[in-house]
Write a protein that binds this ligand. Structure first.
Ligand code: AMP
Length: 385
């Protein structure tokens, strides 16, 4: 059957009262569904899970495998537009959905961004700044890359997130043993970036090509996982404007409808290097819920429904701290202690089982400056236990 992506070219507006289908059922879908329900939309979610973070908010929760294309067809036929909160859905799932519904963003964006090697190759080809990288598919590739590559990180090419499937390497021997540990799957070897800080920009593009950008967030990671984000931060040398210009360039290159997050490294000589893309709302943009006129989730809703974009203006500086399952050990977090700070907001994702390293929720604090907000949100998290 011929594959079409009506989402690529369709300008159709999907009005309140319509039904939105979400592929994936995690916290990003949950926060999207909360925005959608507030604006009078119905939400169906599709994933292999039951009583999921998104399913608890959605009107309908379909619990089926992504590979079950008959169920994907039924799901797509029952909704007015399909979007996703999880970019690792198989290509065949997105293609099937696109035969029966508008899919926004279009499946080709998903295809590029769900694979590190495709993503980096695409960015480099279109002149966007990325660190030096090499494809590793065989022992010969490791030989060819040679001993002169320097310190790097070997990452799986597909299905990686939050620093999973990554190994720091310093020699050809390291690369070989890391690649063996990955089970010899396709990988990308990236040169290690000596960065001063990490930042991200969340941008959005409407079906008509209008774009809007949030103030860049400064991001602190722990063990490869985002820990704390804060905004707005005074980056040097017009870095914020340049980061937004790069994000705009990528949104336009993809002709994308939807939300895109671009994660950057800021090198010590103040150059921006793209780390990775997410074609959806991002953890570093969660603070927009409590700090901005329009949250990143409402923007996703507006974009995928063909509506005008909302204001990205920040009403107050803010910081967000993730709550991993670790916070639940040895005992239930002391919620009342953190909430005794009146500027602190609690977001929990409805996950029943707190596991170490699992994203269970986040706290946001607003304050007079990003630095103060960061201090407050870290203190609030410290009060949990
Ligand atoms: P990722 O899952 O690729 O976003 O990587 C998670 C974290 O690992 C990043 O936020 C960085 O802190 C670190 N990291 C990843 N790639 C590189 C790199 N090429 N150079 C330096 N640090 C990196």
């Amino acid at each position: 059957m011929k594959t079409i992506y009506p989402g690529t070219h369709s300008l159709k507006t999907i009005l309140p009262g319509s039904t939105i289908g979400v592929l994936g059922s995690g916290q990003l879908g949950r926060m999207f569904a909360l925005s959608a329900r507030r604006m009078g939309y119905r939400v169906h979610t599709y994933s292999p899970d039951r009583d999921s973070p998104t399913g608890q908010i959605a009107d309908v929760e379909i619990d089926a495998a992504y590979e079950d294309l008959d169920r994907v067809r039924e799901f797509a036929e029952a909704v007015d537009v399909v979007t996703f909160e999880f970019e690792n859905v198989p290509a065949a799932t997105a293609e099937t959905a696109a035969r029966y519904a508008i899919v926004r963003p279009a499946g080709d964006v998903l295809h590029t961004t769900q694979h590190r090697l495709r993503e980096k190759t695409y960015l480099a080809k279109h002149g966007f700044p990325v660190t030096r990288f090499e494809a590793i598919r065989s022992l010969e590739d490791i030989q060819r890359v040679g001993a002169d590559f320097g310190p790097g990180i070997l990452k799986t090419a597909g299905f990686g997130y939050d620093g999973k499937g990554q190994y720091r390497v310093g020699s050809q021997g390291d690369i070989t043993s890391a690649w063996e540990k990955m089970g010899r799957q396709e990988a990308v070897l990236e040169a290690l970036v000596d960065f001063e800080s990490e930042l991200s920009v969340v941008g959005v593009r409407s079906v008509h090509g209008d774009c809007a950008f949030y103030a860049p967030s400064a991001n602190a990671h722990v063990n490869g996982v985002l820990d704390v984000s804060s905004a707005p931060v005074a980056f040097p040398h017009k870095v914020a404007e340049e980061a937004k210009a790069i994000a705009r360039g990528i949104l336009e290159q993809f002709q994308m409808t939807g939300v895109l997050c671009v994660e950057f490294f800021l090198t010590r000589d103040h150059q921006l290097v793209i780390n990775e893309l997410a074609p959806r709302p991002h953890n570093s943009g969660h603070l927009t819920i409590d700090a901005c006129v329009t949250s990143q989730f409402e923007q996703q809703l507006r974009a995928v429904c063909g509506l005008p974009l909302g204001s990205t203006e920040m009403l107050r500086p803010a910081a967000m701290a993730n709550l991993l399952g670790d916070v639940w050990f040895p005992e239930e977090p002391k919620w009342a202690d953190a909430l005794a700070i009146p500027e602190v907001k609690l977001h929990l994702y409805g996950k029943m089982e707190p596991r170490r390293g699992r994203k269970m929720g986040h706290l946001t604090a607003t304050a007079g400056s990003a630095a103060e907000a960061e201090w407050v949100v870290r203190r609030a998290r410290g009060l949990l236990g």
